[in-house]
Design a protein around this ligand. Structure first.
Ligand SMILES: Nc1ncnc2c1ncn2[C@@H]1O[C@H](COP(=O)(O)OP(=O)(O)OP(=O)(O)O)[C@@H](O)[C@H]1O
Length: 232
């Protein structure tokens, strides 16, 4: 029998407190495995600790205690340079506000995300075009973000997040700035990526978004719990 594959994310006793007159337990010790190819949503009310969890998963913050393995690498203890490299190679980020460079074309925005992974300019360009094609934007390669719709901008951001073939696609309220019809299109794209094997974690307020995921975890007062599996 072959050994089961290591999860993409493995958290053991991971926690984050913020010091102060009254210490804030923003994330209470959590145990979590996210398997390869899983589509996980994390929901919860404002102030429940979702951003704290996202910042830890995205290597943008350090835990107070516990361990975090990402793609089999113990990342909680890494120095800043290694963390930046691991982040660039293993994680693709999608944010609510797109965070595209306004004076760069769609293709250039996706090309620039590849500077971490040493590639020549020609292959950067080819891979950018391929990623934009994957999200259905082959007709907007030379468009500047301010001339694009919200849904198109988010698709550029998703192409940028995917171009380095990350182990983990980490999304923070990815439909928060989109109308319901456009949100639907973006969620269909995430579902398609999930079907092709991409591991996805989405942090969201929106129950309709969470309903698309294979598993939903609820955050309450810094506690991550109540798992509900929905059919894939
Ligand atoms: N840098 C900080 N210093 C002190 N307390 C903080 C800090 N960041 C977050 N907190 C506290 O930690 C708790 C969790 O905050 P967090 O931002 O993770 O919640 P959230 O679920 O993402 O909220 P929202 O949905 O409103 O963004 C809150 O009580 C918040 O006030």
């Amino acid at each position: 029998m072959s050994a089961p594959e290591a999860p993409v994310i493995r958290l053991r006793g991971l926690s984050r407190t913020f010091p102060g007159t009254v210490e804030v337990h923003a994330l209470r010790p959590v145990e979590l495995d996210v398997r390869e190819g899983e589509f996980l949503a994390v929901v919860g009310p404002s102030g429940s600790g979702k951003s704290t969890l996202l910042n830890l998963l995205g290597l943008l913050d350090r835990p107070t205690a516990g361990t975090y393995e990402l793609g089999g690498i113990d990342v909680a203890g890494l120095g800043e340079r290694r963390r930046t490299a691991v982040r660039g190679h293993l994680i693709g980020f999608v944010f609510q506000s797109f965070q595209l460079l306004p004076y760069r074309t769609a293709t250039e925005n996706v090309e620039l995300a590849q500077l971490y992974v040493a590639r020549d300019a020609r292959s950067r360009r080819l891979r950018a075009v391929e990623a934009l094609r994957r999200v259905g934007l082959e007709h907007r390669l030379d468009a500047l973000p301010p001339t694009m719709s919200g849904g198109e901008r988010q698709r550029v951001a998703i192409a940028r997040a995917l171009v380095n073939r990350p182990r983990l696609l980490l999304c923070d309220e990815p439909t928060g700035n989109l109308d319901s019809r456009t949100s639907e299109i973006i969620m269909e794209l995430f579902e398609e990526l999930h079907r092709s094997g991409q591991t996805i974690v989405i942090i969201t307020h929106d129950p309709a978004v969470a309903a698309r995921a294979g598993r939903t975890l609820v955050m309450r007062d810094g506690e991550l719990g109540s798992t509900a599996e929905t059919p894939a």
